[in-house]
Ligand binder design. Structure first.
Ligand code: GLN
Length: 493
């Protein structure tokens, strides 16, 4: 089945003329047509444009002038502006927004020949951990608990990206990660994803959530697939002042590096309360695999981890409240008229934003307000520096850290939602790396007793993506995770 392949296999198959790019894209469009009504991964499907792009890819392949991703069908998180294609951020306020420009990351992918199948669902403005906050409805995780048909969440905010890849409705996807939005959905859907170092991929043209944390990255079926896609997404961009002018290494080559003599840190603070015993067992399994691969295991401490969530949920809403001030109904997006300008703002924002977005704007405005700025925002920034320093201290001693990605497997719609804070607790293992700006790779490592994927996370030094790809590849071989979800192209609905 064409939709069952990895990108590495498709790249070879296309070049050996085993199938055409048009066939490959059409197979994915068929999968979307069959599955999307149920899974709701795509907000917008651009099937006709995709088939045109695929035909152009076939011509390039025939001419022997085909860059790395020629003819590879991808799903794009609906937070990346795509020229002439509706970009909603899963919000009513941008319901009919058609950007006149292309984000740098998606432009890079197009330059390298990728085919875009459409725009995929997310939590509104990337705020959430279950993809339950989308104005276009929840996304169903293609995985099921054994013998049950309960609706499980795909994780968030890049839930549409993760579900699309897991259900074989795309070969890979773009995601963004502000506090875990690539890594946690990857874990819940049994796929791989990497949040690169802050500054590695340009943020230009990505709808902003929290600018000092937002980072784009790939989600895919294997470590090597992610390496190939990141290779294309990454790079310096003068249009993003925080993009770093550093050469992009050969990530694919890094996947084959030996791990001999490498030091792997196990941070004791990640043995947190609420960690499922099954995930703890998978974590131990991961430690054993890396030992067998020749790594030395070192216990380390990141003492400020315990402040990660509290400070993240000050800084991210603060930046969000400022970034979202631009949605005022005046220049673009939805407008709801009012008798005065103030009323127009209030009506527009009242109707355009969902509850979670409003909650974040309220929190953010509060922590930035004159009387509380020093007590909350400024103090959180100081603690953030300490969290960063923790990582730098341990990276003097070890090359990489191994941790769980999320405290549990995918949860059901309705669970974890008694109050908003409970949802925030999901991000406990992913937020610290975001606060420090260091790269993190999530990959599937085992199944729960209920048959759901469980993920592990590797954290590296700033711009240490190659190490993550090397260690991740070795773990992937050892884990040999070949399980597939119930809902997928060719699977049984
Ligand atoms: N779940 C986190 C939040 O709601 C992270 C989201 C993200 O990384 N975009 O803020």
């Amino acid at each position: 089945m064409l939709t069952g392949m990895k990108i590495t296999e498709a790249v070879d198959g296309l070049r050996q003329k085993k199938f055409s790019a048009e066939e490959l894209t059409k197979a994915h469009v068929n999968a979307i047509n069959t599955l999307n009504d149920r899974i709701n991964a795509y907000i917008t499907v651009t099937a006709d444009a995709a088939i045109e792009q695929a035909k152009a890819a076939d011509q390039k392949l025939a001419a022997g002038d085909a860059p790395a991703l020629t003819g590879i069908p991808l799903a794009i998180k609906d937070l990346f502006c795509t020229k002439g294609v509706k970009t909603t951020a899963a919000s009513r306020i941008l319901e009919n927004f058609v950007p006149p420009y292309e984000s740098t990351v998606t432009a890079n992918l197009l330059r390298d020949g990728a085919v875009f199948l459409g725009k995929v669902n997310l939590d509104e403005f990337a705020m959430g951990s279950g993809n339950l906050n989308s104005a276009f409805g929840a996304v169903e995780n293609p995985w099921k608990r054994q013998g049950e048909d309960t609706f499980l969440v795909p994780g968030g905010s890049s839930g549409g990206s993760a579900a699309a890849v897991a259900a074989q409705m795309a070969m890979g996807a773009t995601g963004t990660d502000t506090g875990g939005s690539i890594r946690q959905p990857a874990a819940y859907c049994g796929i791989t994803g990497i949040k690169p170092t802050y500054g590695r991929c340009s943020r230009w043209g990505i709808i902003a959530y929290a600018s000092s944390l937002d980072q784009a990255g790939p989600m895919g079926k294997s470590v090597e697939d992610c390496a190939i896609v990141l290779q294309s997404m990454a790079g310096f961009d003068p249009k993003d002042s925080t993009s770093v002018d550093k050469e992009v290494p050969d990530y694919r080559a890094a996947c084959n590096r030996s791990l001999k003599g490498m030091k792997v840190g196990i941070p004791m603070e990640y043995r947190a309360p609420g960690l499922s015993p099954e995930i703890e067992a998978v974590w131990q399994q991961g430690i054993n695999w890396l030992k067998e691969a020749g790594c030395e295991i070192v216990d380390v401490s990141l003492p400020h981890t315990k402040y990660g969530l509290a400070t993240y949920y000050i800084i991210a809403p603060a930046e969000a409240s400022s970034n979202l001030a631009r949605y005022d109904g005046v220049r673009y997006g939805r407008r709801v008229e009012g008798a005065s300008l103030d009323e127009l703002y209030a009506n527009t924002r009242g109707a355009g934003f969902g509850d979670e977005v409003k909650r974040r704007i309220l929190m953010g405005t509060y922590v930035l307000s004159a009387g509380y700025y020093d007590a909350y925002y400024l103090r959180a920034q100081k603690v953030r520096k300490l969290i960063y320093q923790d990582f730098m201290n341990v990276f003097d001693k070890v090359d990489v850290l191994l941790t769980p990605t999320a405290p549990t497997a995918a949860f059901a719609k309705g669970e974890n939602q008694e109050d908003p804070v409970q949802m925030y607790l999901n991000d406990i293992f992913t937020v610290p790396a975001s606060m420090a700006g260091v790269p993190g790779l999530a990959l599937p490592a085992g199944l729960s007793s209920q048959g759901l994927p469980l993920g592990l996370q590797l954290l590296g030094r700033p711009f240490g993506e190659e190490t993550l790809f090397a260690v991740g590849s070795a773990m992937e071989k050892a884990a040999n995770f070949t399980h597939k979800p119930t809902l997928r192209a060719g699977g049984s609905l």
